[in-house]
Design a protein around this ligand. Structure first.
Ligand code: ADP
Length: 581
């Protein structure tokens, strides 16, 4: 038998070994692993790339959103403080425009106005009137600051030069951080400027800033240009503490940049509050510190892990399945190849034998003729000394010639394309016919033939004579094997929609495995020493005929138990497609 080429040589490249170096099992294992690797790469690499891109894109999106949040929160906090101050400034303007210095220096009037203002403006601590000389002429509030001299105070000078002034946060005489909103007015008689001043504590600023608190807000506070805190901060300290301000915006811009606190980054928005000495600073959580980012990462990892598991499982299954299918296909191909090889071998031996038979036929005819002539001559020569001996020898010669001719005729019949005439045949009928030829022989040898023939067996299309020869050969062999006293079981059955089968089993001595593999070969016989010598052609002819009819012959045997031949034929179905056309 020729060796088949390694069917999975391409795959063996992945294992780093040539297909010759791998055993068949190793080749399929290697193929399975290669398939596994390729399919894992095809599925998981794009999945990982997509997830990576998703990761980066979402991170970028969150960063942009955090920056936008920081800007928006800073704008709204700034607007809240500006609105508060503008309202207070408007109220003070109304008061200073309505009343004269003398009116307001009257403690009762000032107290009345203070009460009215306090209702509207929360956080207002006191209200006072400061004369042109800087001496506080009237004061309403908890600190009792009447008569204090503010001529050296920065806020007083600033208030004199501007119509309205919002001061930085300072501690002043009361020693408590606060800021003032002061307005100045020219006295029409003295032509000197006097000041109306309202003080507000820094807690009011803290309260307004606290309004901007959101989940992602880290810190919000006010600071002046010199880096003194104007309100309390979560991380930087209380009002009047120092703070290191690294970058300041130009005018009304909002400056947003990334800062680090410990290991985590955050976004800082810095913006000036117009008409005040304050800079608003807002720290917003960085994208990576946000809960939403954390949960996104967890979900992404879980999804990715799940996908890896599912895809991995499917790929493992698929690679096993495909490798199995390849293996099955290769095995089937091997079987078909060896069957074809076997048939080809039989055919070529048959052709060879037929050629030899043809060549031998002529010399045989001459030998037979000459032997006959010699017999005739001896018939005339009555006094020949060795006549009887010669006649005897010539008889043996004639017998041998007849036997040799039988063989050559069978050989020629085996190889010749016999004229076949196909008819629809009921297998049971053929079996009965064949048995009628062999009945006598079987009875003589005390062999019981037991029939189990299925009724209404579908017909097959075959040559009547050839089919008889098939069953004759097989049943004859069974009788030869049993010799005397035994049983032959003949069963016919419909196997499925497509095939019918005949099983012929005998209670003969069985066939040894080493013999079994040769019985279909031409000239293989074990009947060499018997009186009815075998030619070794019966089964090879049978094999060829069955194949020609589209059938199959199989044998199974157990030494000491018996032998069974199973012959299968395709059921004949009328092709109705032509009728309907
Ligand atoms: P032949 O009958 O001339 O020997 P065959 O081709 O018919 O040639 O058979 C080949 C060989 O197969 C036989 O010689 C015999 O050894 C074996 N054989 C065939 N059928 C049987 C059987 N039913 N039981 C035992 N051996 C068998």
């Amino acid at each position: 038998m020729s060796k088949n080429p390694a069917p999975v040589s391409k795959w063996s490249l992945f294992c780093g070994l040539s297909s010759k170096e791998l055993c068949p099992r190793g080749r399929y294992k290697c193929m399975r692993n290669s398939l596994l690797l390729v399919m894992l790469a095809i599925t998981l690499i794009p999945l990982s790339i997509t997830s990576g891109l998703n990761f980066i894109q979402y991170q970028q999106l969150l960063r942009e959103e955090s920056q936008a949040n920081a800007r928006w929160n800073a704008e709204s906090a700034k607007a809240t403080i500006s609105a508060y101050l503008e309202k207070l400034e408007a109220a003070i303007t109304v008061v200073i425009d309505t009343y004269s210095f003398e009116d307001l220096s009257d403690g009762k009037k000032l107290e009345h106005i203070f009460r009215q203002l306090k209702k509207e403006h929360k956080g207002l601590v006191d209200l006072s009137v400061v004369g042109p000389d800087g001496i506080q002429s009237a004061y309403v509030g908890p600190y009792g600051l009447t008569g204090r001299d503010y001529s050296d105070s920065l806020w007083f000078h600033k208030a004199l030069t501007r119509r309205m002034y919002v001061s930085e946060v300072f501690t002043g005489f009361r020693n408590v951080p606060h800021f003032v909103v002061a307005a100045s007015k020219k006295d029409p008689y003295s032509e000197h400027y006097w000041v109306l001043r309202a003080s507000i504590d820094t807690e009011t600023l803290d309260r307004f800033l606290a309004l901007a608190d959101t989940e992602t807000l880290e810190d919000i506070f006010l600071v002046n240009d010199s880096g003194i805190l104007q309100s309390s901060s979560r991380y930087q300290g209380r009002a009047m503490d120092n703070f290191q301000l690294t970058r300041k915006p130009k005018q009304n811009d909002i400056l947003i940049f990334e800062e680090m606190r410990g290991d985590s980054s955050f976004y800082r928005a810095v913006s000036r509050i117009q008409n005040t000495p304050w800079l608003l600073i807002l720290d917003q959580q960085g994208a990576e510190a946000r809960k939403i980012w954390h949960s996104f990462k967890v979900r992404l990892l879980l999804t990715l892990g799940l996908c890896f598991l599912v895809v991995g499982g499917m790929v493992v299954w698929l690679s096993r399945f495909l490798a199995g299918k390849f293996r099955e296909a290769d095995e089937m191909r091997d079987v078909i190849l060896s069957e074809t090889e076997h048939s080809n071998k039989l055919a070529s031996i048959g052709r060879l034998a037929a050629g030899v038979a043809h060549e031998i036929n002529n010399p045989l005819a001459i030998i037979g003729e000459k032997a006959g002539l010699m017999q005739d001559l001896l018939g005339v020569e009555q006094d020949f000394r060795y006549r009887e001996k010669f006649l005897d020898q010539l008889g043996s010669l004639q017998d041998a010639v007849v036997r040799a001719r039988t063989i050559t005729h069978r050989l020629l019949g085996f190889a010749r394309r016999m004229e076949t005439s196909l008819t629809l045949i009921q297998l049971n009928e053929i079996l009965q016919e064949v048995l009628s030829f062999l009945e006598k022989d079987a009875t003589y040898r005390n062999i019981h033939v037991i029939l189990q023939l299925q009724e209404n067996l579908p017909v097959i299309r075959a040559d009547h004579g050839q089919l008889q020869q098939v069953f004759l050969n097989v049943i004859n062999n069974a009788i030869d094997a049993i010799r005397n006293d035994g049983e032959i079981h003949i069963t016919s059955r419909r196997e499925n929609n497509k095939t019918v089968m005949v099983a012929i089993s005998d209670t003969g001595p069985g066939i040894a495995p080493e013999i079994l593999q040769n019985i279909f070969e031409p000239f293989f016989t074990t009947k060499g020493n018997e009186e009815r010598k075998g030619t070794g052609l019966g089964l090879s002819i049978t094999y060829g005929l069955v194949q020609k009819m589209g059938g199959k012959i199989e044998v199974s045997s157990e030494v000491g138990v018996g032998t069974t031949f199973i012959i299968t034929f395709p059921v004949y179905y009328e092709d109705k497609s032509h009728d309907s056309a």
